[in-house]
Design a protein around this ligand. Sequence first.
Ligand code: SAM
Length: 201
Amino acid sequence: MSAKAYEKPDFWSKKAFSEGYPARSVYKLKEMDEKFSLFTPTARVLDLGAAPGSWTTYVLRKIREPGKVVAIDLSPLDKALVSPLLTFFQGDLCSPEIRKKVKAEGPFDAIICDAAPATTGNKTVDTARSSGLVEIALWYAETLLVPGGNFVVKIFQGGQEREHLVKMRELFTSARGFKPEACRTTSFETYLAGLGRKSFS
Ligand SMILES: C[S@@+](CC[C@H](N)C(=O)[O-])C[C@H]1O[C@@H](n2cnc3c(N)ncnc32)[C@H](O)[C@@H]1O
């Protein structure tokens, strides 16, 4: 399929636009939230790979104080996305600087990660990079999630889903893969969900 065809607005893109979300990806999170009940009404949420901000917008519409969203991305969020409950750090989620800033904002009740590497077209390279981002997201989950907290993370299929799920089953009461309906049929992305962070104290 050509890049042009890929960019063509589909049902989900049009729906996102009409409902005031900056990207169609919101419906993947909505589906996972409906299935797994990811957020309490006052949840403190860390959103990794947040731009342009449809997942952030979805969470901000669901929560109230003392809940909050801390969002991280290499790129800025949509300019219209302003809220007293939102803190945004622009930078690399893998960097020590960003980890330190996020740590100071924790702990969190939910961590959601839709981060995706810039694709090269080489599936081996792309899946390895995606898997690397999952490892870092898991570091955040291990370090900053409260007991009982929930986690979802995007991964490119064909990478190390099994290995990550093994690690997630150590950290969470349950862990499984889930492919939302709203994923493009041609996309090789999928999600891993870890529910109920175990307490180790
Ligand atoms: C699919 S988009 C996220 C869409 C977002 N969930 C939304 O609903 O608007 C993936 C994002 O991951 C970000 N990203 C990829 N690698 C990153 C990294 N190392 N640090 C921070 N952000 C990263 C990209 O800049 C991109 O904005």
